[in-house]
Design a binder for this molecule. Structure first.
Ligand SMILES: Nc1ncnc2c1ncn2[C@@H]1O[C@H](COP(=O)(O)OP(=O)(O)OP(=O)(O)O)[C@@H](O)[C@H]1O
Ligand SMILES: [Mg+2]
Length: 453
């Protein structure tokens, strides 16, 4: 049911419209002038307002402007007489959704009404989407080690200090970087992410600093690099420990001077960028081994934030499990399912070498592969990595409810076994099992496989 407000100084029109929408089962209010309409709108928060253009006391345009404050979610449809079409058009430029002409035609009225409702539905789901995106980047957990991280984030976010985020795979380093940006004065500007490990070393400089057309083979046009794209905002250098030494030297120069030059260019370009970086490597060890520049390390590491492994904060596991299972059921549009207390206890005892990412994948797998309204500790035993490691996989496979679950489980166990047998050398494993390497990477990602030491 939609809430509809009708504003017209002509009683005949108010009554006619009210009747149409009441007959349609909507909740209807009427007002005979602007000031009345605004009071009502504030209390009633209508989905839709039908608003006469020409009224004594306050005309439709003014009411429209004030409705933005009194009832910002309302869609407004102007009603215009013969002489007021231009004003109605102007109103649509000023935020009204549409307009109708007197004498009103019921069919046309209902069509406009339904389209507006559809649009309302859409804008609401946009908001849902936005809140889903926000929940994706929410840092969940309440353990003392995580709280210390959150406190530090809050303390340093507002400054422009460079922050080096360290921590194992899947601990949430990227979430920390996004939270810092969100809480900073640059939150309205861009957040640009560069995964230094994913970019081939011969392309990283062009990726970061941009290039001029023709400066190397394949440079077909001028291109701005990530530093320029991030101007005014935040640049997140992920996996910084994997950056080539040439690129390290150039990044250092940009950080020291605040200017860069594109590859093949000579013109210095000034940039205002806050740099956050992350690594799962021990950079101090890398410095000792000659793999990372000490001077760059000090530039990046003005404030260190270390994200603790999941095994250091098992208290967070129950909250994370609920968070991920709610998120998944929202995404699938299904009813949320509960994990029994015993199941959660079991999850708390596992080792989690892949940290929160692995926990998330496990929760998703459990939701997909188990039946029954509740996920039990037996489900956890048979469907987690430790289950796959057990001595008698045959029986577990037979316990799976359908063929596709069986195929997935078998594929997963096979790949995990082969990776272990090849000491987690992905290239070697791919060659041995005659699977394209990229394919193997996809499977590893799909099943959330991680090396357990
Ligand atoms: N505290 C948390 N609350 C909710 N979700 C989390 C939390 N920590 C991590 N995640 C989720 O776990 C996954 C991995 O997190 P993220 O990518 O931030 O980790 P990372 O440390 O950057 O990993 P990697 O080292 O592999 O790049 C993401 O899906 C993220 O949303
Ligand atoms: Mg990451």
């Amino acid at each position: 049911m939609a809430r509809v407000l009708i504003v017209d100084d002509e009683k005949g029109i108010r009554d006619a419209l009210a009747q149409v929408f009441e007959y349609e089962g909507q909740e209807v209010r009427v007002a005979e002038d602007g000031p009345d309409a605004l009071l009502l709108a504030n209390a009633f928060q209508p989905d839709l307002v039908f608003l006469d253009v020409k009224m004594p006391a306050m005309d439709g345009l003014e009411v429209l402007a004030r409705l933005e404050y009194e009832s910002p979610q309302s869609l407004v449809i102007m009603i215009s007489g013969h002489g007021t079409i231009d004003t109605a058009l102007e109103a649509t430029r000023k935020g009204a959704y549409d307009f109708l002409q007197k004498p009103l035609d019921t069919d046309r009225l209902l069509v406009t009404f339904r389209r507006a409702l559809e649009l309302k539905g859409l804008t609401e789901s946009m908001e849902e989407l936005r809140s889903q995106v926000e929940s994706r980047y929410e840092i969940v957990g309440d353990s003392p080690p995580l709280r210390r991280v959150l406190e530090r984030i809050e303390k340093v976010a507002a400054t422009d200090a460079r922050i080096l985020i360290s921590g194992d795979n899947g601990t949430g380093k990227e979430l920390v970087a996004r939270a810092i940006h969100r809480l900073s004065s640059r939150s309205d500007a861009v957040f640009i992410e560069v995964n230094c490990a994913a970019i081939p070393s011969e392309l990283i400089e062009s990726e970061l600093f941009g290039h001029l057309r023709g400066s190397f083979t394949g440079a077909f046009s001028d291109r701005a690099g990530k530093f320029e794209q991030a101007n005014g905002g935040t640049l997140f250098l992920d996996e910084i420990g994997d950056m080539s030494s040439d690129a390290q030297a150039k990044v250092l120069r940009v950080l020291e001077q605040g200017v860069l030059t594109r590859i093949g260019g000579s013109e210095p370009i000034e940039v205002d960028v806050r740099v956050l970086s992350a690594t799962n490597k021990d950079l101090e060890q890398e410095i000792e081994d000659g793999g990372f520049r000490e001077d760059l390390f000090y530039r990046l590491n003005v404030v260190p934030i270390r994200v603790p492994s999941l095994s250091e904060r098992r208290e967070d596991i129950p909250m994370l499990v609920t968070h991920f299972s709610t998120e998944m059921s929202t995404r699938e549009g299904s009813a949320p399912r509960v994990f029994s207390d015993a199941a959660i206890e079991r999850l708390k005892t596992l080792t989690w070498p892949g940290n929160v990412r692995e926990l998330r994948n496990t929760v998703e797998r459990l939701l997909i592969l188990s039946d029954g309204s509740e996920i039990t500790s037996d489900d956890v035993d048979s469907l987690t990595i430790s289950g796959a490691r057990s001595a008698n996989p045959g029986r577990e496979l037979l316990a799976l409810s359908n063929f596709s679950a069986f195929k997935e489980e078998a594929e997963r166990a096979y790949i995990l076994g082969k990776l272990r047998a090849n000491d987690w050398n992905v290239a070697e494993t791919a060659r041995r099992i005659e699977m394209p390497r990229s394919n193997l990477y996809k499977k590893i990602e799909k099943y959330g496989l991680v090396r357990e030491d």
